[in-house]
Design a protein around this ligand. Structure first.
Ligand SMILES: [Fe+2]
Length: 318
């Protein structure tokens, strides 16, 4: 696969400082002072442990994903993606190190850029005992002993509402070269540009919007510790969790940021390294959403600000 990961996102929100503070609490590392930008007041930048600067937050009238970065290996990959997008009649802007193209269904500007592949700074070594597997002998579980802050390793995926799911899927799949891992009938496609089960999920929606971003942590203990710390500051942040998704299999816990976008801690996502060994499924109904955990709140399925986002949806601020 010429693509290999998500590099970074530019998230637009009306309340930059408040939202940046949320993601700092979430465990992302703020990168210095706000970067001045004309004519907007500032961009806030935050980093993950392994992925570096992966979240940039800028002011927009309504919350949305402004830009999505995807990593490619070399200029030949950019040529291939450029040609595929052109075949779909998508306008492409090319520079030496990147190409950008707009997906009309999600209103997201995708930047495919030459970027190094990710190597975890220190591989996680979860030690969970199980019948017949004594992975941890003579000691307490690391999950009960850890006292350090939870720090997400990388940006794993984004979930986007599209007013034209079919065309957005075509953009990512045929245009950019993402592969479809699983689909939900007539609603959504889980697509990957790496060995992660999904890096982008596009679902049909009445308006283009960012449903959630998802951030990898080492294991389920880090999900629990991270979410618990977030809720100690403000219980209203809780959205949905702890649970385990069916599609992708990952453990999850969702919180809501001050702009209204959900933010997910995840671990143990399915990994697809050999396409021949993975059979994409077509799913229907709630079973596809989660294997166990509390039922999702209605506001997760249809965010409370959807109607507001639809007002003037055709005139994004930038
Ligand atoms: Fe997710």
């Amino acid at each position: 696969m010429p693509l290999h990961r998500l590099t970074q996102i530019l998230m637009g929100v009306p309340n930059v400082e408040e939202t940046a503070a949320f993601y700092a609490d979430f465990g992302l590392l703020p990168c210095g002072d706000a970067v001045p930008q004309q004519p907007s007041p500032a961009i806030r930048e935050l980093s993950t442990v392994d992925g570096g600067q992966q979240l940039r937050i800028v002011q927009t009238a309504r919350r949305r994903l402004v830009e999505l970065g995807v990593g490619a290996d070399d200029p030949d990959d950019l040529d291939r993606v450029s040609a595929s997008l052109a075949r779909l009649d998508v306008a492409v802007h090319r520079t030496a190190g990147s190409i950008t193209a707009l997906d009309a269904g999600t209103m997201v500007l995708v930047r495919v850029e030459i970027a190094p592949r990710l190597q975890p700074a220190a591989p996680a070594a979860p030690q969970y005992n199980a019948p017949g597997i004594e992975a941890r002998l003579g000691g307490r579980a690391p999950g009960v002993l850890r006292t350090d802050r939870v720090r997400p390793r990388k940006l794993g995926h984004v979930v986007l509402g599209s007013t034209d799911q079919e065309s957005s899927q075509r953009f990512f799949q045929q245009g950019l070269g993402f592969k479809v891992s699983d689909t939900v009938k007539n609603l959504a496609a889980f697509m990957r540009c790496s060995s992660d089960h999904h890096n982008v999920l596009v679902q049909q929606a009445p308006v283009a919007f960012l449903h959630h971003t998802s951030w990898q942590v080492d294991d389920v203990d880090e999900i629990g510790r991270g979410a618990t710390a977030m809720l100690e500051v403000d219980p209203e942040r809780h959205t949905w969790g702890l649970g385990r998704h069916f599609i992708g299999s990952n453990f999850f816990w969702y919180l809501k940021d001050p702009a209204g976008t959900f933010s997910e801690y995840y671990s143990d996502l399915d990994c697809i390294v050999d396409d021949a060994l993975w059979k994409p499924g077509v799913f229907e109904g709630m079973k596809s959403l989660y294997a166990w955990g509390p039922p999702p709140p209605p506001s997760f399925l249809a965010p409370e600000d959807l109607a507001a986002l639809m007002t003037g949806a055709h005139a994004p601020s930038q």
